[in-house]
Design a protein around this ligand. Sequence first.
Ligand code: LRH
Length: 493
Amino acid sequence: SGSVAVAAVDLGATSGRVVLGRVGPDELRIEQLARFPNRPLRLPSGLHTDLGALWRGTAEGLAAALRIEPDLAGIGVDSWAVDYGLLRGDRVLGLPFHYRDERTARGVEAVHAVAPFAELYGRNGLQFLPFNTLYQFAAELGDGVLDAAETALLIPDLFSWMLSGELRAERTNASTTGLLDVRTQQWDRDLADRIGIPTRLLPELIDAGRRIGSLRPELLAEWGAVDAQRPDGGGAASGAAALRSDRRPVDVIAVGSHDTASAVLATPMEGPAAYISCGTWALVGVELEHPVVTEAAREANFTNEAGVDGTTRLLRNVMGLWLLSETVRGWEAEDGASISLPELLAAAAEASERAPIFDADDPRFLPPGDMPTRIAAWYEEHGLRGPRTRAGIARAIVESLAAAFAQAAHRAAELGGTRIEAIHLVGGGSLNELLCRLTADRAGLPVIAGPVEATAIGNVLVQARALGAVDADRWALRHLVARHETVRRYDPR
Ligand code: LRH
């Protein structure tokens, strides 16, 4: 049929998943095979990512993929941006830091002392976010660990290496480090040198759609891919799927490894539109052919991230569902019982208590911890009466997010010199009806919500195209998404 089966490993801020995708010229089917929590670890050194838990979940998901689809042709990995693991030879040096770890403040100071933000923006085109990789590196300078490392790999590159043994830096995610030149799309070694970041840490760059390597044979063997012909294979006896000894290797393929790059690729835009990729973060912007590195864009703190196929995402990070999830997490701890999000949102939709909106992007909301208290403090400092009830607080959060979304979408269009007729909202946030409705109302534009799994779909599509199962530019890929996924439209009132 010309269709191909591939597995997407999609690691998000709160959970990771492995998705099996089947793609052909008129086929796009995805099936979630594994979902596992991603919970940061608070250690003496700070906040870290639980690499072991993510690898175990990935391994179990990929083993399931190989069981269901012995002809699995490709694996692609995407995740949140900016974070990295350090390698010396084939050893991972400790657990990656989590970008919400507050050590980065040190790094910001150190970097800006050498290269002020205005200069950085001219070189890397990135909005200021205190956790951009270059600040994280700078915060680690002097504690000896970077000195011991030979290579730094962003999280998806780290997983691709664990899968294939190959060291590469996929470009869309490399563009979030602050060390990629926004014009040449090459490492800015000169900048790294000036900050004191060893340039040997920066691996060879690779574009989405290129093959990284093959799945290591020992993993293929371990994940149930037993050769039934071999007497010790035990394929039939153990019930494991038997793989032919002439089995083609499984390709590990570079996808838009920055989750936002994959999500935007699979956003079913068909005309002039803005997108909001809304999960823990909300990334609000427009897709362009070229970066916009102007003073206006810098002052509005808009970023130019690299997209699949050489595109630019001119966007802003808005705090996203983090505000809500961290609030709920606090209440749950207080109650010692879990809270139903749909019920909370229903109460928020009906809430009689209406507070003014607050600045969802205030940096105080970045670290984990007591969110309602921080929100209350914001209102107090601004001489405003904040919400008191839980429904009222949830309403204020959603209302404030919607306002920030609407503003960022219009601003992106203005800065990018494009028109927008609709806003596409993809990711987990697309299930939040109140958020979609309020965004449409505030923006005065229709919001088209879905697909929820845009990131995994974007991952799968790039692999399928690399393997020759579809021959399509990004608009044709989006059209495939539009034909096979259902979306929901919210018209502004
Ligand atoms: C969204 C995301 C975002 C980054 C943040 C660290 O998951 O990749 O684009 O800014 O995580």
